[in-house]
Structure formats: C-alpha cells, structure tokens
Write a protein that binds this ligand. Structure first.
Ligand code: ADP
Ligand code: MG
Length: 232
C-alpha cells in the first residue's frame, strides 16, 4: 500500500501556496512532514483528503489516480485525516464523536473495532462524557480514534502534539509505533515537534515555501540535515 503525491499545486483564490509538492507514504512506515508555520503542510493534507481542491499534479493510492476526490471519496478510498486543532464536537459524547467517523461507511460496516479501546483505554472510560469536557490531549486521542474507526489505509495526522501535555504525547507516540509495527497503515505525521517526529519517522519530507526542500529515508543518519532544512 502506498500513497504518492506528485507535483501538486494548490491555490487560495489567486494565491498559489503549493508549487509542486511531492510526498510518498508506505504501509508500515511513518512519513514525517516537517516545516515551520505557513509553508503549506496543512494545505497538502487538505488536498489529499478532498477538503480543498488542488490545481495540478496527481494523488495516487496503490497506483490508482484519485483524480480530485471529494472528502467522501477520499475517505472511502481509505484516507483518514486527523485535522490540526482536532475538530472534536464539544457537545456530543465521546461515543457519538466516534460514530461520526462512520459517515463514509456502508451501514453494515458501522461497528467500532475493539482495538480502538485497546489503543485508547481512556476513551472507553469516558464514552459518555462530552467531547468538550475532555482535556486537549484526550480530545486528540479521540480525534485519532475517530479517524481509525474506518480502518483506513492511510492516516494523516496534522500536528497531533500541538498544545498537548507530555504524558499524552508519549501515549500518542506509542499508538503510532503500534500502527507502524502492524504494517497495515501508512502514517503521515505532520509535526513541528522535532524530536517526536524524528524519533518516529522512517522517512522525512521537509516543506518550505510550498515545495519540498529536503527529503530523506535515512532519518537517524540525517538529523542535522533535517534540522538545518527545517530552520532555513
Ligand atoms: N483558507 C485559506 N485562505 C487563504 N490562504 C490560506 C488559507 N489557508 C491557508 N492559507 C495560507 O496558505 C499558506 C499555507 O498555509 P498552511 O497550509 O496552513 O501551512 P502550515 O500548515 O504549514 O502552517 C499560508 O500562507 C496561509 O496563510
Ligand atoms: Mg498547519
């Protein structure tokens, strides 16, 4: 299983913010997308999940061109997105928030896999609490669980550690490691927390100014180069 983004361009109105982006993500691997604020990381995620149209380039899943998918088509193709800022529904219970993940599934496929609660025991304890009553870190876990509920092939995480307490960052890191070791899902991790991203990643793509400025599959051996590329 492989996601391949090639030469992607994207605009807001007349202003182009992605000028030919490339990204590769493979099952059983973590691809970290790094770069400072405003370089186009979230725009890239939005294009992949059909939340914003792209202008040029291709998005391929297992060699098949998704060809400008709507959000529902992207979800049905197996791409799940955990948005920056989480987007948990504050007045809905944890259980109902999870069920919103089912929107793209056929009715008979709408069951919560048990492993969701193995991965996130806290959500089991908090099933009947409102989303808005959870801590930021718990909401992030809920957002990840909601994305996993559709058994995706690709999981896009947009800055999952942003504004979250260290103990929950560790829990989220363990979940990402579990997913990687199971080998079924391609994880794309957009991150500005350098140590977290580099510690988990099998490959790193650094974005600056709407293009890829650096790429490596030798993450351990390239720490300094990654750091330099992010800082530029
Ligand atoms: N909805 C939007 N309308 C207009 N410009 C936007 C919109 N969203 C993002 N941008 C601009 O696009 C650029 C890339 O933003 P974004 O993809 O959010 O970057 P990142 O996630 O790397 O911080 C920034 O200059 C940002 O101001
Ligand atoms: Mg962003």
């Amino acid at each position: 299983m492989m996601l391949e983004v090639t030469d992607l361009t994207l605009r807001y109105g007349q202003s182009e913010v992605l000028h030919g982006m490339n990204l590769t993500a493979k099952a059983g691997e973590v691809t970290a997308v790094m770069g400072v604020n405003g370089v186009g990381k979230t725009s890239l995620m939005k294009a992949i999940v059909g939340r914003h149209p792209y202008r040029g380039g291709t998005i391929r899943l297992d060699g098949r061109d998704l060809n400008h998918p709507s959000a529902v088509q992207a979800a049905k193709a197996g791409i799940a997105y955990v948005p920056q800022g989480r987007e948990v529904f504050p007045l809905m219970t944890v259980a109902d928030n999870l069920r919103t993940g089912f929107a793209c599934l056929d009715r008979d496929a709408r069951t919560v896999p048990d492993r969701i609660f193995d991965l996130f025991p806290i959500l089991d304890q908090m099933r009947n609490r409102r989303g808005g009553d959870l801590s930021g870190g718990q909401q992030q876990q809920l957002a990840i669980a909601r994305a996993l509920i559709t058994r995706p092939k690709v999981l896009l995480l947009d800055e999952p550690t942003e504004g979250i307490q260290p103990s929950i960052i560790k829990d989220i890191g363990r979940v990402i490691e579990t997913l990687r070791s199971e080998g079924e899902i391609a994880v794309v991790l957009v991150e500005q927390y350098f140590e977290f991203a580099v510690g988990l990643a099998d490959r790193v793509t650094v974005v600056s100014g709407g293009v890829v400025s650096y790429e490596t599959e030798d993450v351990g051996g390239s720490r300094d180069d990654i750091l330099r590329a992010v800082a530029l």
